[in-house]
Design a protein around this ligand. Structure first.
Ligand code: PMP
Length: 360
């Protein structure tokens, strides 16, 4: 029994289909490779691990203020530290933005196959999630603009998007920002931005720097390899920072996460190496999948989206039989697709081999 006769949550809460994370287990298999959550196969920089371990001496103390991480991020990215806010993963930032800016009667807009948390967080806030159709599995700015109205409070665009791996360029992102109604903000979710080549930069930072209705969220969970610690950040207009600090928990980010985050941010050479390695193996895997006769969406992130149509369950089972855990993306309206994270060389070779034998 899950429902109570008289004690009930706010309307809409029980309509939420809970988020299911990428699985890490296959019945009967003792060695598995988890490629279902877009984690960095190499984990974090060694200096981040050291900082985390060092913090074990201080677990009795509450976390200190978040200024050091904000200052380090600001220095590395050339941003104003006072406009950087932190969260327990960017998931928490997405959730708090919805809580603070969208409620019953308000709309939260995102594209058809956009990241699932926009839907779940807007519903949790009592707002109405609204989707705009995509074109070629890519956010369509015309459709997003057409879906805006005087109830729209937040517009989320993951750039690149999960699970499609596609993105829109600087001109399109700017056109979207230009079209915002006065009561709405654009949230550019840049969880995978570190995987982009410099020439692929979408100008999100400049948009946030120069406007009062655009913000950008980032994460330490992907290229920084710190998913376990739950650390995300956002670059926001000053008035949004003032709101955010009122709705976040005083100690919403743990002290070990702050310590590891500073060290990870300082080690940009590690980030560069991970980006290059990801690019090499992502592009290799893409070619192998195509050669095996399956479709694949060209990805800008650390994962590929394989088009398997009505063979998707078989492909998923075939990979599992070899200890490889991918991610079904039915919840994103992509029933015939399988998302596979780009692992290390061994993992990519095993995936390619499995898909080649499957395709044959
Ligand atoms: N945005 C996107 C597009 C993501 O794919 C993810 C992770 N699945 C997140 C945000 C949230 O990541 P985290 O909470 O770990 O920062």
């Amino acid at each position: 029994m899950t429902a109570h006769a008289t004690i009930v949550p706010r309307p809409g809460i029980m309509d939420i289909a809970p988020y299911v994370g990428g699985s890490s287990h296959i019945d009967g298999a003792n060695r598995v490779i988890k490629l279902s959550a877009n984690e960095n196969p190499f984990g974090p920089s060694a200096s981040a691990v050291d900082a985390y371990r060092d913090h074990a001496e201080h677990l009795g103390l509450y976390p200190e203020a978040q200024e050091e991480v904000a200052a380090t991020i600001a220095q590395v990215h050339g941003l104003e530290p006072g406009r950087i806010v932190l969260g327990a993963g960017s998931d928490e930032i997405i959730s708090l933005l919805c809580q603070a800016y969208a409620g019953p009667g308000d709309e939260v807009l995102y594209s058809e196959h956009g990241f699932l948390m926009y839907k779940l967080s807007s519903m949790a806030a009592g707002a109405t999630p609204v989707t705009a159709p995509e074109r070629n599995l890519t956010a369509d700015v015309d459709q997003l603009i057409a879906a805006m109205n005087d109830r729209t409070r937040l517009v989320f665009v993951a750039n690149p998007n999960n699970p499609t791996g596609t993105m829109i360029g600087k001109a399109e992102l700017t056109r979207l920002a230009d079209a915002l109604p006065p009561q709405a903000m654009l949230v550019i979710d840049a969880a995978y931005a570190e995987y982009l080549k410099p020439a692929e930069d979408d100008g999100a930072k400049e948009l946030v720097a120069t406007r009062d209705n655009v913000l950008m969220t980032r994460t330490f969970s992907k290229i920084y390899g710190l998913a376990a610690l739950r650390l995300g950040w956002a670059y926001v207009p000053e008035h949004v920072a003032a709101v955010y600090h009122r709705v976040r928990g005083p100690f919403n980010v743990t002290a070990p996460a702050l310590a590891a985050g500073v060290a990870a941010m300082r080690d940009q050479a590690y980030v560069d190496r991970c980006r290059v390695t990801n690019e090499v193996w992502r592009d290799w895997l893409t070619r192998e999948i195509l050669a095996a006769g399956l479709g694949v969406v060209p990805s800008k992130g650390n994962f590929v989206l394989v088009q398997a149509g009505d063979r998707v369950a078989d492909l998923d089972a075939h990979l599992k039989s070899r200890g490889l855990i991918a991610r079904r993306v039915d919840a994103y309206g992509l029933a015939g697709y399988l998302r596979i994270s780009v692992g290390d060389e061994e993992a990519c070779r095993l995936v390619a081999d499995a898909i080649t034998t499957f395709g044959a």
